[in-house]
Design a protein around this ligand. Sequence first.
Ligand code: ADP
Length: 366
Amino acid sequence: MLKKIPLRIRFTIIASLFLLISCVTLTLLSNVSAGSMMEAVAVIPAMGEDAVPAIPLEPARTLNEQYYRIFQQETGFATAVIVLAGSIATYFAAGYVLKPIRLLSSEVQKRNVGNLDEPIAIPQSADEIRQLTLSFNQMMSDLQRSFLLQKEFSANAAHELRTPLTVMRAKLDVFALEGDGNPEIRELITALDQQLERLSSLIEDLLWFSRDLPLENTEPVPLYPLLCDIAEELSSLSSEKGIEIQIEQTDDYVLGQDRLLERVFYNLLENAVKYSAPDTQVSVAIEKKEDTVQVQVADQGEGIPEAYRDAVFEPFFRVDKSRSRAVGGSGLGLAVCKRILERHHARICVLPNQPIGSIFQITFPA
Ligand code: ADP
């Protein structure tokens, strides 16, 4: 049960219990010893042969008993005061002793994947906290190095894959021109073309994901024209499924890089169309609030189960692997969106749509 209470309170309770046990034992012992001394003081004067007690035996005993009761009360009171004062002093002392741990814990809480390269200041002391801080900093720097290596690896791999892919596409185009008349070859070329298209979009996503592009040259990006352009780009996919993309007309804009924001909305609208049943609707609503601009992309697709609503933003996560592969997904689209939005200090989350479907909600700072 003690394990559930904060360290400071735990320390205070344990120290107070020790203090209580020691003080009560000491008080009991002194009371017992005072009791036997009281008997001796009353009896000794009466035992001398010639001695005439100043006070007769019985009145002396009554007087002693009175003093003894006063003594008991006083020691009891002193015990209570000492235990109380000791507990309060322990509480403050524990706070003082545990302060470095509190500071370290608040510094650790501030660390995330974005600031692993900022080490925690090493305390001047030569105690366990200093050792703990050194070990934590070492762990962060190892993590940072491994993150960088991973990123570099995927960026290089994606980059290296781009060139052969471009060559393959060019050769396929030439081949398509030559074998245009043969239906079997045409079918083969279409299948190859689709797979090459998938591969290049996966490579593009990988590149986007691994590049740490600084957010420079930000400018006001008007949302309505941007969204209309994307809807236009997706029109062949959406009209194939009989899906209508509705965009609320607005003058609102957000500060950012239009190329990056285009990527975000393209991914979201493409997903909305991809994961929706034919003849449904996809709508985009934009709302300017006091200090935020909120964009909601809503669809009437199958929706995302509650348990996966955070995981869909992880790289390569798919709710239904076979369905995602069938629609040509790489599993990186939403992870890329989240990354780009983080650089814009914006948040993204997914909510259930009523009665069916999902709403991807982005909140930009105004
Ligand atoms: P993918 O390339 O597979 O679409 P994303 O990162 O874009 O990868 O999406 C991750 C997963 O989230 C998808 O595989 C899909 O299962 C789910 N998902 C994304 N958008 C939607 C949506 N609008 N409706 C239902 N499921 C979605």
